[in-house]
Every structure is written in structure tokens, then in C-alpha cells.
Design a protein around this ligand. Structure first.
Ligand code: PLP
Length: 388
């Protein structure tokens, strides 16, 4: 393979591009994780994470991927045989359901078409019928990374409240935190699950749980077996600035830096940038004459766009051409969408020109692959980016 000049475009919907400042922060020497400098780092991180999750409650950090943080949310709040209400919004909701089932939970899985988010009316209907309050938790994936559909968590909360049902609300923000507006406290979420490698612009390796008081109380009586994931020893050690086991020190340096970057840009502006990039991407896709997978205008993801190809074209073949010829990585179709869609990630550290470059790579790749497209896609995207 000849040396590919220029920067690789990592435009999958996570892991995302890691900014140079974060990479430099990660490369600092590892320090004693039981020493005073480390304690200061921990206190600083745990304080700042609250503003990212928009909570005043505790945030637990794990050396894990998002899957670990999923498991932690369940084992800390639930007991064997507990009923959980979950929604088939796509591949990741399906994986979380499988994990819950493997843990011995009974999951009521509301089937979906992978083109819509969670319907708040269905939440109200299901919980309204559960007069005995057998359902202990409602699990929602905020941004379904396999489909580019963002569920309306505030409306889900309102639906739960309408029924007066006491179920916990567990929300996966793996691909929304730091990219799409999210409010743990205001939306009455009990456990928010997230991780490092998407909107936080870090490499994979950190998982998070943000906890409500109700979640912590549920933890006191929940009996699913847990040890590594147990919140209590972590919360106790965190008070002194430490962890019950060896923490991923260098990723934590990176987290400190990435939160500084988000604060410098300002979270509101970060969300606006993602929204604008998503609108520009959809404008390109539609002008090319292709279909955006998400079918509800209220639910378009600001973090990624899944593009549905005509049935006679293999989306993976198109991705392969775009990678080989233009050094741009796009997300593959997952689960039942394999070969049908490719996903353009526009989350994390990305500016207008990088997005325009990505879309140019997609445009040229579609043409090389013989997918018939109208030529106006890039112009349509640039009009959105330039606000004209
Ligand atoms: N949830 C969502 C929405 C995801 O996109 C992913 C991974 O991309 C996961 C959970 C699982 O996270 P991980 O692969 O880091 O374990």
C-alpha cells in the first residue's frame, strides 16, 4: 500500500477524531494513582462531568467501553427476574436488550422498524397498563447509532409522569453526550450511560454512569450479582479522589482536556455545530436523490446520518471504494441494515471544511460505485454550512 498523504478522515459515528490537544494530554507521564496529584485530578473531573451530564448528582467513571456502562446501570439497580421495558430502535437497543436478558432480567421489548425513535405514547400505554408496577425500569437509547434516530427523552419522561409509574428511567447517551442536548436532572433520568469515544472526542476506554438519588436508593436493595461494576465502593473511594482499582490515568488526562475543549467552545455552540452539520449532510443526501433512513423530522440525529441506498447497490461496496480511493472511513450498516445503509459520522471534533471534505469523498465514491446521484449534493450542503 502506498503511503496515503494527508490525514485519514475517520467519519464513522465513533470512535471519533481525537483532537491533538487531547492526544498530547494523554501522552503525559503516568502518575501514582494513590497520590495527591491524582486526587486533585479526580475531584476536578468528577466536578466537571456534572456540567456535561447536566446533573448535580454523582457520575461514576469505569475503565470500560459503553457495554460495561450498560451492564453497570442494570446490575446496580435491578434484581434477578425484574421486568424491564425496552424499545427496538435499532442494533444498539437490541444489544442492550440481549445483555439485560443474559443477566436474568425479563425484557418487554417493543418492536420497531429501525427508522423511528421511542414513541412516548407507547411508553404511556405500556406503563398505564402495568397497574401492579411490575416494570422496574424503562431503557431508552437516546441516539441510536445504527440508524441516526434520536429519541425524545424529555417526552418519554413526560409520558412516564402522566402514568404516575415509579419505574426507573435508564438512558444510553453513548453517541449523544457532548454532541446533542442532554439533561440528566431536568429530564428526570435515573441512570445515564455513556462512554468516551464519541462526543467526548477521546479514544475508547472510559464508561460512565450518572446517577439520580432514586437510582442510588435502588442500588441499596438491588440483588443482581455485581462486584467490578458496584457503584458503592467507587463512590466511597471517589470522595477521597481515588478509585477502588487501578484507573486509566492517561485517559483521565485526556478527559480533563476534552472537557476543557467543550467548555471553551461552549456546550450550546457545540450542539449548534452538530445540528448544522447534520442539516448540511441531510441536504447533500437528499439533493443526491438518496434517502435518509430516519423518517421523523423531529428525530434526525445531530451526530450521524444513515443513508439508505437503492436495493440494487451494496452499501458496503460503496464504503470500501470510498476508503480505498479517498481514505475516508464511514460507518457500516449494522444488524438488519447490513449492506443497505452506510453511516456518515459528524460528531466530535469536526469543522465545516472537514465535513465538506467528507461529503466530497462520499460524492466521488458514490459516482465511482455507479450509484446514480444528482450532482447538486455538495452545493446543497455548502449552502447550509454557509447559512445562505
Ligand atoms: N450504545 C450505543 C448507542 C452505541 O453506539 C454503542 C457503540 O457504538 C454502544 C452502546 C456500545 O458501546 P461499546 O461498543 O463502547 O461497548
Amino acid at each position: 500500500m502506498p503511503y496515503p498523504a494527508g490525514r485519514h478522515f475517520l467519519q464513522i459515528p465513533g470512535p471519533t477524531n481525537v483532537p491533538d490537544r487531547v492526544l498530547r494530554a494523554i501522552s503525559a507521564p503516568t502518575i501514582d494513582h494513590r497520590g495527591p496529584d491524582f486526587a486533585r485530578l479526580t475531584h476536578d473531573l468528577l466536578d466537571n462531568l456534572k456540567s456535561i451530564f447536566r446533573t448535580t448528582g454523582p457520575v461514576v467513571i469505569y475503565p470500560s467501553s459503553g457495554t460495561g456502562a450498560w451492564e453497570a446501570a442494570l446490575v446496580n439497580t435491578l434484581s434477578p427476574g425484574d421486568r424491564v421495558l425496552a424499545f427496538e430502535t435499532g442494533h444498539f437497543a437490541t444489544l442492550w436488550r440481549e445483555l439485560a436478558t443474559n443477566l436474568g432480567l425479563q425484557v418487554d421489548f417493543v418492536l420497531g422498524d429501525w427508522r423511528h425513535g421511542v414513541d412516548p405514547d407507547v411508553v404511556a400505554e405500556r406503563l398505564g397498563k402495568d397497574t401492579g408496577h411490575a416494570v422496574r425500569a424503562v431503557c431508552v437509547v437516546h441516539n441510536e447509532t445504527s440508524t441516526g434516530v434520536t429519541s425524545r427523552v424529555a417526552d418519554v419522561r413526560a409520558a412516564i409522569d402522566r402514568t404516575g409509574h415509579p419505574a426507573l428511567l435508564l438512558v444510553d447517551t453513548v453517541s449523544s453526550l457532548g454532541s446533542i442536548d442532554y439533561r440528566h436532572d431536568e429530564w428526570g433520568v435515573d441512570v445515564t450511560v455513556s462512554c468516551s469515544q464519541k462526543g467526548l472526542m477521546l479514544p475508547p476506554g472510559l464508561g460512565f454512569n450518572a446517577l439520580s438519588e432514586k437510582a442510588v436508593r435502588a442500588g441499596a436493595t438491588a440483588t443482581l450479582p455485581r462486584s467490578y461494576w458496584d457503584w458503592q465502593p467507587i463512590l466511597t473511594a471517589n470522595q477521597r479522589g481515588f478509585f477502588p482499582y487501578t484507573p486509566p490515568t492517561n485517559l483521565l488526562y485526556g478527559l480533563r482536556e476534552s472537557m476543557l475543549l467543550l467548555a471553551e467552545e461552549g456546550l450550546e455552540r457545540v450542539f449548534e455545530r452538530h445540528t448544522r452539520h447534520a442539516a448540511a449532510t441531510r441536504a447533500a443526501v437528499r439533493a443526491w436523490g438518496l434517502e435518509v433512513l430516519c423518517l421523523d423530522e423531529r428525530e434526525h440525529s445531530a451526530a450521524l446520518t444513515a443513508v439508505l441506498l437503492p436495493a440494487e447497490h451494496d452499501a458496503d461496496k460503496v464504503r470500501e471504494i470510498i476508503l480505498d480511493r479517498y481514505d475516508v472511513s464511514l460507518g457500516t450498516g449494522l444488524g438488519r441494515l447490513a449492506g443497505r445503509v452506510f453511516r456518515i459520522g459528524h460528531l466530535g471534533a469536526l469543522n465545516d471544511v472537514s465535513l465538506a471534505g467528507t461529503l466530497a469523498g462520499v460524492h466521488m465514491g458514490l459516482k465511482l460505485a455507479g450509484v446514480p446521484i444528482d450532482p447538486g449534493g455538495i452545493d446543497a450542503a455548502l449552502r447550509v454550512l454557509s447559512g445562505s
